[in-house]
Design a protein around this ligand. Sequence first.
Ligand code: 5GP
Length: 195
Amino acid sequence: MDDDAQPEARLTVLSGPSGVGKDSVIELIRLRSPWIRLSVSVTTRKKRDYETDGEHYHFATRAEFQRLIDGNQLLEWAEFAGNLYGTPRAQVEGWLKEGRPVLLKIDLQGARQVRAAMPDAQLVFLAPPSVEELQRRLIGRGTDDEETIKRRLAHADEELAAESEFDVTVINDFVERAADELVGLLGSLYLAHEH
Ligand code: 5GP
C-alpha cells in the first residue's frame, strides 16, 4: 500500500499531571513504535542533563519563543511553572496530511487549545494509580529544585481534576502496559513494519 492510500491520521494528545510519567511512556514509544511521530515542542525551560536539544525539546529563549507566537507558527502554547512551551504547527500538520499518527505530550491548557482548534483530536489523560503515588514520584524525581516541585504539586491538583474533559484515561500503573495501551489508541494497525 502506498502512502496516498492512508487515510488522514488523527492527532492524539497525551496529557496528565506533572510527575505522572508522561516522559517515560513517550520514551518507550520512541524506542518501540518509531512509526508514531512525536512532536518536538519548543520550550524556554532549562535543559535537563538527560535531554537532547532537538529530540526532547527545542530549547529557546523567550525572545525566540515570542517570534514563533507572533508568526503564528505554534499550534498551541502555554506557560507552565514559569516557562513557555509550544507545539510547532507545520510539522504536525505535515505528518497528519501524510497519514502518520502524531502524538503530542502537552499540559492541560495546551490540550484545551488543541480541542478547540481540532475537534477531531483524541485526548488521552495519563492518570497516576493514586494521588499519593503522584506526590511520591514528583518529590522523588530529583530533577527539579524545591520551589519548582511546590509549583508542580500545586498544579497537579488542577490537572487531576480535569480528567473528565478527556476522551480516554490510561492509568500509568506500569509504564510498559500504559505505553502499549496508548499505542493501541493511536492505531497499532498502521503499517508498522514499513515505517
Ligand atoms: P517538563 O518541563 O516536565 O518537560 O514539562 C512540563 C509540562 O509542560 C508537562 O505537563 C508537559 O506535558 C508540558 N508541555 C510540554 N511540551 C508542551 C507543549 O508544546 N505545549 C504545552 N501546552 N505543554 C507542553
